[in-house]
Ligand binder design. Structure first.
Ligand code: HAM
Length: 417
């Protein structure tokens, strides 16, 4: 019979890689908690319209990358390609804004994009996502970036760089878009890809986000967004930069950073790593002050970011193999029973370990204990059973001693971790 294989771009994550995910998530939860964030768990499946309306119909994500399919009643559903749209929907639907002025919400989980898989790019990937809803203050932008910075530093990342831009607001962006349209209409149409030819009329900002080299070269010579900012947007951006400066967070202004999603206004940013090849963005985000209103909610602002866990783990490498405190080697049927009970007692005290129930030889059980990197092997032979003891073999030193079962907890060596 043919074996069933996983879908392209999806992966099975075993330990120790799965432990790395857990450790990174724990770091995020710890830092986010200190910043007053609460966890929100939103569905993985949403109505397609939610993503089309929030991310934008002209974006690569909506046009080419969504896993979209009809449900049994023919309604179009999509596996979430990102979390912000779902968080915004949940916030509006549950009227969270009516009970608090500011909401700080984080969500961790899988996202799905139908992209060409390569190093650091998968069709199912994991994001750590944080959003602050309800604040227009530039201090909020700075605080969110400080939180992202401390999370990344705490998790052990060092060689990362922050790129920053401002995308303006509905007051100043039209002037910029007109300038881009004019600029593009003066260029040789052939130099743009078919998508950008269309976008130059429908959504010119998207040309800045095109990954095709000829389009990138062309738009590099185009108008610079930050030169078109209105007074309010300029002040906002100035304050964010100043606050990052006094907080010691280094950044680089990238005026071409428009991000691949349409909902952004004002502050946008990406965190890049030189160490992981072409897919260098490990985190990205920005302000989306019009999104809640566009989704039928109140006219309230928002800002957030998402980190791609697979890309972060490419830099961080794998967690060390989890180690055990004990491995119980029973040498008879009765010893297996005693071993089962002893293991339960030790685990109840917080220790980690296994019992071998397969009835193998002592030699093979010791080999298994070493393979698991247990700190100690607890041998239960006939003599130990009659004396209510165990033979404790310290697997680091090789020393053996007979210990009364009730003294085990104090006699066990610490695990090798
Ligand atoms: P994004 O830039 O599309 O933003 O994704 C954020 C991060 O997810 C990227 O920087 C990258 O690390 C990771 N990522 C994206 N696609 C893939 C993929 N195919 N494979 C592996 N990792 C990937 C957003 O998703 C926004 N929702 C962020 C945000 C939150 N903006 C405001 N709030």
């Amino acid at each position: 019979m043919d074996k069933i294989k996983k879908i392209k771009g999806f992966s099975d994550v075993f330990s120790p890689r799965s432990d790395s995910y857990t450790l990174l998530e724990a770091k995020a939860r710890d830092i986010f908690f200190r910043y007053g964030f609460e966890e929100l768990r939103v569905p993985i499946l949403e109505k397609t319209e939610l993503f089309a309306r929030s991310i934008g119909t002209e974006t690569d994500i909506v046009q080419k990358e969504m896993f979209t399919f009809p449900d049994r009643k023919g309604r179009s559903l999509t596996l979430r390609p990102e979390a912000t749209a779902g968080v915004a929907r949940a916030y509006i639907e549950n009227k969270i804004y009516s009970s608090r002025d500011i909401s700080k919400l984080y969500t961790i989980g899988p996202m799905f994009r139908y992209e060409r898989p390569q190093k650091g790019r998968q069709r199912q990937f994991q994001q750590i996502n944080a959003e602050i809803l309800g604040s227009t203050a530039p201090e909020t932008d700075a605080e969110l970036l400080l939180m992202l910075n401390s999370f990344l530093r705490d998790a052990g990342f060092q060689k990362l760089s922050l790129e920053l831009n401002s995308l303006g607001c509905p007051q100043c962006r039209p002037d910029f878009l007109k300038a881009v349209s004019d600029f593009l209409s003066r260029q040789d149409e052939e130099a743009l890809c078919p998508d950008c030819r269309r976008r130059s009329r429908s959504n010119p900002l998207r040309v800045y986000d095109c990954k095709i080299n000829t389009c990138r070269e062309q738009i590099k010579k185009g108008p610079v967004l930050t030169e078109y900012l209105c007074g309010d947007c300029r002040d906002h951006f100035q304050t964010v930069k100043r606050l990052l400066g006094i907080s010691g967070v280094q950044y680089r202004i990238n005026p071409n950073l428009v991000r691949g999603l349409d909902y952004y206004q004002r502050t946008t940013f990406e965190v890049l790593s030189e160490d992981i090849g072409a897919q260098s963005a490990v985190a990205g985000g920005g302000r989306y002050d019009g999104l809640l209103k566009d989704l039928g909610g109140p006219d309230l602002p928002g800002i957030g970011f998402a980190c791609g866990m697979e890309r972060l783990l490419l830099i961080l490498g794998e967690a060390p193999n989890p180690q055990s405190d004990f491995f119980i080697a029973p040498l008879s049927q009765k010893a297996k029973e005693i071993g089962l009970l002893l293991a339960c007692q030790l685990r109840a005290k917080g220790l980690r370990g296994d019992v071998a129930f397969e009835g193998k030889s002592l030699k093979s059980q010791l080999r298994q204990a070493n393979k698991q990197q247990a700190a100690a092997c607890l041998i239960l032979g006939e003599e130990e059973l009659t004396r209510s003891t165990v033979l404790l073999k310290d697997l680091s030193s090789g020393e053996q001693s007979e210990i009364r079962q009730e003294d085990l907890l104090t006699a066990l060596p610490l695990s090798r971790q």
